[in-house]
Write a protein that binds this ligand. Structure first.
Ligand SMILES: NC(=O)c1ccc[n+]([C@@H]2O[C@H](COP(=O)([O-])OP(=O)(O)OC[C@H]3O[C@@H](n4cnc5c(N)ncnc54)[C@H](O)[C@@H]3O)[C@@H](O)[C@H]2O)c1
Ligand SMILES: [Fe+2]
Length: 360
């Protein structure tokens, strides 16, 4: 049986944040990171919402901690908001989602992504870090009521962020498409998200702003797919390495994904081949199409200036091997691992680490 639900209303297009003014909020609590206060975007959101009382919690940093979410939860409870807005990338949205979950207030919750990546605006996940370990909180109650996909917020995206978060979208779509709970409906979103992001990322990276909304919508579609179907070993290991070494999440996915495709190819070859064809990478025989998919990811990674190994991402192999037992244990304990199309063990995770540290 496939179960597919989407509680979140999605509003997309240039200037979509104006919709905040129609939500009839009076007490707005905004969760964001300091960057958006500095560049004036937080102020634009406050003006669009037209609320008489406002408070900004702007302490979010990449990969938010449990402690930060607890501090924000207390502030949110005290403020008694009727409109909660998250403005930022996956980190700001995840922090706000955790705060909303624990504060249990009576508010409308709106997520406004400023990166085209995490899909957090429509997912059941919030990822918090504690003691160098990323912990995915998973509950349908975490899903925002409304997601606003405003392309005007994407015009100044730095190229490295387009690349990092773009590979997060590709990885969400790819893992969801072969995940254990994938079904016809999640497949539809995953396939479209993968082919659309794959086609548009080079142009977006090269500065063509008119394609940014396409990648943004693809990120949301990939989120809709994986929140139903699950993810896989790439995300489990990306969470584990990200908690330990604080490398951007999408960059880790880009490093790991080609190796994960090889690892899963026996079990998921047919579906990988479908994705390769949907993305225009061709291959009439299954093995050729899977090879094309892997090569296509490696090519795009290079085109977007992303590293191929952990060492190139600033993590020396000796640091990885010094913490290998902890990294493997955290990856195996991550809930994403259970959705991988082949069962994962200690040996397999070490084998991937060997590839991405350049040992093999
Ligand atoms: N909840 C989920 O479903 C889910 C899914 C995937 C990833 N995640 C989590 O999301 C986080 C990654 O999110 P992300 O990739 O969106 O990045 P992010 O939110 O961590 O932001 C990275 C940096 O980009 C900056 N930034 C964001 N938008 C910008 C813009 N428009 N212009 C300039 N700078 C901007 C931020 O200030 C920050 O310094 C990770 O912690 C990851 O674990 C969550
Ligand atoms: Fe992700």
């Amino acid at each position: 049986m496939e179960k597919f639900s989407c509680k979140t209303t999605i509003l997309s297009g240039a200037g979509a944040i104006c919709a905040l003014g129609e939500m009839k909020g009076t007490r707005l609590f905004l969760v964001t990171d300091p960057f958006f206060v500095k560049n004036g975007m937080a102020q634009r959101v406050l003006e669009a919402a037209k609320c008489s009382h406002t408070e900004i919690f702007d302490k979010v940093q990449p990969d938010p901690t449990v402690e930060l979410a607890a501090e924000g939860t207390a502030r949110l409870r005290d403020f008694e908001a009727d409109l909660l807005v998250a403005l930022g990338g996956g980190s700001a949205m995840d922090c706000a989602k955790a705060m909303a979950y624990f504060a249990k207030g009576n508010y409308k919750f709106v997520a406004i992504p400023t990166t085209s990546g995490s899909g957090s605006e429509v997912t059941d996940f919030a990822i918090l870090t504690h003691d160098k370990v990323k912990h995915p909180l998973v509950d349908p109650a975490l899903r925002p009521d409304t997601a606003i996909l405003d392309s005007d917020l994407l015009m100044e995206l730095p190229r490295s962020l387009i690349a990092d978060s773009g590979f997060d979208v590709l990885c969400h779509a790819l893992e969801a498409y072969v995940a254990k709970d994938a079904g016809a409906i999640s497949d539809l979103y995953a396939r479209e998200a993968f082919s659309s992001a794959y086609a548009s990322l080079p142009a977006s990276y090269a500065g063509r702003k008119e394609v940014r909304l396409k990648v943004h919508v693809a990120a949301t579609m990939a989120g809709m797919a994986f929140t139903q179907a699950g993810l896989g070993l790439c995300h489990a290991l990306s969470h584990s390495l990200g908690g330990m070494f604080h490398v951007p999440h999408g960059r880790l996915n880009a490093i790991l994904m080609p190796s994960i495709v090889s690892l899963n190819a026996n079990a998921a070859g047919k579906k990988y081949a479908e994705l390769a064809r949907a993305a225009g990478l061709g291959g009439s025989a299954e093995t050729i199409a899977v090879r094309n998919l892997k090569n296509g990811l490696v090519r795009l990674r290079r085109e977007l200036g992303l590293p191929e190994t952990l060492a190139q991402a600033g993590v020396p192999p000796r640091n990885v091997w010094a913490s290998a037992a902890q990294i493997v244990q955290a990856a195996l304990a991550d809930p994403c691992c259970a959705a991988n199309p082949v069962p994962v063990d200690d040996f397999m995770v070490r084998r991937i680490l060997e590839e991405v540290t350049g040992r093999v």
